[in-house]
Write a protein that binds this ligand. Sequence first.
Ligand code: GLY
Ligand code: MN
Ligand code: MN
Length: 461
Amino acid sequence: MNASVYAQRRARLASQLGRDGIAIIPTAPQQPRNRDSDFLYRHDSYFYYLSGFTEPNAWLVITGDGRSTLFCAPKDLEREIWDGIRLGPEAAPAALGVDAALTVNELDTQLPRLLENKSTVWFPFAIHAGLEARVAGWLHSVRARVRFGVLCPEQQHDLCSILDEMRLIKDAHEQDIMRRAARISAGGHLRAMRLSARMLREGREVREFHLDAELMHEFRLQGSQAQAYGSIVAAGDNACVLHYRADTAPVRDGQLVLIDAGCELDGYASDITRTFPANGRFSGPQRALYDLVLASQDAAVAATRAGARFTDPHEATVKVLAQGMLDLGLLDAGKVGSLDDVIANRSYFQFYMHRTGHWLGMDVHDCGSYVEPSEVGATSARRDPLSGETIVNRPSRILRPGMVLTIEPGIYVRAAPGVPEAFHGIGIRIEDDAIVTDTGCELISRDVPVRADEIEAVMRA
Ligand code: GLY
Ligand code: MN
Ligand code: MN
């Protein structure tokens, strides 16, 4: 572990708390699954960002003078026999670079002390159930001592407002992990594609869970700790269910398979979608829609660079998709009008109903404002053509080098009157992960091919 990375982040945070500020950051609790089994433990992302520490039952306190104190589980031989080795407060300063470490059992006695004579207390709002009440309890203890001349913090601020901005720009250490995570995920997608074609060639029954297992196998084989989110492995028209999860449905010769899956590596997510023909060969209608989605992704990639707005790739995607829907007869120009009408009235929404991307980082839908901070006041109102609601627009975020986002256009054709039958049940998404650079973006997930010919070639191999 590179303790200095975390020390630098703590120092950057401390410098924004104000001299008499104090920040309190708990990690995540263990989550019970059923009876006495817990879900696989996952630390809190903010806590990890500042500590690199993955044990549960820990808190970090950082003060405006730059001092950091960790509260962690005490050494306990008996518990460690059952649950695993604990770092313990004695070893923590050397291992993590914090200034002091105490056992978490001392939290309620120490926090009032640390809060004394501070002006502002910062903690993540609306993330940890019960944290507000916990802070209130500590402040109550501080207040009980004001008659001895102690000052009690007067302000509470949302720590996320600082940390989200920091996390939005990924440093070199983070970019390196994210490249590796994406490479591992790409390997999983490749294996799943190949397994599908091979099993069908051999006349074996393929089900969604076979491909899901192949992804997971590759993720773990390459050292990833977990999936970044539940994998979507959707055969045939299951792909039109946006939040479908890998299940038991058969994967049939002639169908498309949509896989949206990414591993988590050292606390960082990857998020890749590929759509491929189960047997390794696209049919005509499948290929027509696939090439359209890919062309829309190419347009979005070209629109992703420092200085552009976050919404630019989405707008570029929509333009290409909407034109394609008209050209392929998914939309009837006689009914919906010109390309401009389709965009203005959002007629494309029937087949493309999600945004083209999101921030990616420690969380798959990572933190960070989508509004440009210096322009939050520049509001304008517009009426949504589909819902009729009035929507307050604020200028979209300006992309900067080191931001990481997904680029994930799609098209989902449910059977409906007037929709050409050849396209019924086809769902396609293509999703890549991009690091914004000065001149464009670096696609870090392209170790799995994306062009239709290349997908067919790797599935033949
Ligand atoms: N896998 C979640 C997403 O693509 O947003
Ligand atoms: Mn995504
Ligand atoms: Mn995804």
